[in-house]
Write a protein that binds this ligand. Structure first.
Ligand code: PHE
Ligand code: ZN
Ligand code: ZN
Ligand code: ZN
Length: 283
């Protein structure tokens, strides 16, 4: 798998921040900064030869949008999906939550093309709308699939908050009682961090992000996370550095969730692990 350039991921984050600044300070569902974000990501993927589609849905009296991008080729009966939510809360530009996951999977997608990766499985990406209002976009996407289409999706990997300023290195627990958390996907993500020499902890994310929409449809799921409002313990600071007694992300859901609210090392490591897991899962 390629080593993902964190500078490229950060350049995408700068774009999200510019889009928010030009659109009233956020990229929230039903606001112009959201659709501008969709259109910008779509343009990058179109230029790289992906087949893209914008799926509309309605929530709370506003139109929401999911962006779906298919990498050409691979076995259509064996689909690996990666996704993350592209919407922010209204309070701010949503750079860690979830510019990071959105920008990282975008850069991984672009590197598939740049390295001429030819996976045996078919690879599809999703950028979800209205996660912040209750997983609305990812749920609309999963509900739009036929039983056959759902059964073709063999794995869904979710990335929501991967550059927290006081980071932890969490992998979704594949055995946390969710319908279809996947221990195999969990172990693949853990192996990615191990290859970087980074210790991880398992986290029970439950229904807190878009993987839950896929889990409810019995699709195996996994993901990584660098922490939100919870406090880093002294044991965690000893293993990961950073500040004990402080939140992983003190700007969670606030106006200060800007490009200053990012730990570049965590962002880079997670992006590298996304590539590691995709190359291993899709080959
Ligand atoms: N989904 C939460 C949000 O967007 C953040 C989160 C991500 C929480 C992953 C837990 C695990 O606000
Ligand atoms: Zn890297
Ligand atoms: Zn959020
Ligand atoms: Zn989020």
């Amino acid at each position: 798998a390629p080593n993902i350039s964190v500078a490229n991921v950060q350049a995408h984050l700068n774009q999200f921040q510019s889009i928010a600044r030009a659109n009233g300070g956020n990229r929230a569902h039903g606001r112009p900064g959201y659709l501008a974000s969709v259109n910008w990501v779509k343009s990058k993927l179109d230029a790289a030869g992906f087949t893209t589609r914008v799926q509309s849905f309605t929530y709370g009296g506003a139109t929401g949008y999911n962006l779906i991008a298919d990498y050409p080729g691979g076995d259509a009966n064996n689909v690996i999906m990666l996704g993350g939510h592209l919407d922010s809360v209204t309070a701010g530009p949503g750079i860690n939550d979830n510019g990071t996951g959105s920008a990282s999977i975008l850069e991984v997608a672009l590197q598939m093309k740049a390295t001429n990766f030819q996976p045996t499985k078919h690879v599809r990406f999703g950028w979800w709308g209205a996660e912040e209002l209750g997983l609305r976009g990812s749920t609309a996407y999963v509900n739009s699939l036929s039983t056959t289409e759902k059964s073709r999706i063999k794995a869904y990997l979710n990335f929501d908050m991967t550059g927290s300023p006081n980071p932890g290195y969490f992998v979704y627990n594949g055995a946390d009682g969710q319908p279809t958390g996947s221990v195999a996907l969990q172990q693949r993500l853990q192996a990615g961090f191990t290859s970087l020499g980074v210790q991880t902890e398992l986290t029970n994310v439950g229904g807190r992000s878009d993987h839950a929409a896929f889990a409810r449809a019995n699709i195996p799921t996994g993901g990584t996370f660098t922490g939100a409002e919870q406090t880093k313990t002294s044991a965690q600071a000893a293993k990961w550095g950073g500040t004990a007694g402080q939140a992983f992300d003190r700007c969670y859901h606030r106006s200060c969730d800007t490009t200053s609210n990012i730990n570049a090392t965590a962002l880079d490591r997670n992006a590298d692990v996304i590539a590691y897991a995709l190359w291993a899962t899709a080959s």
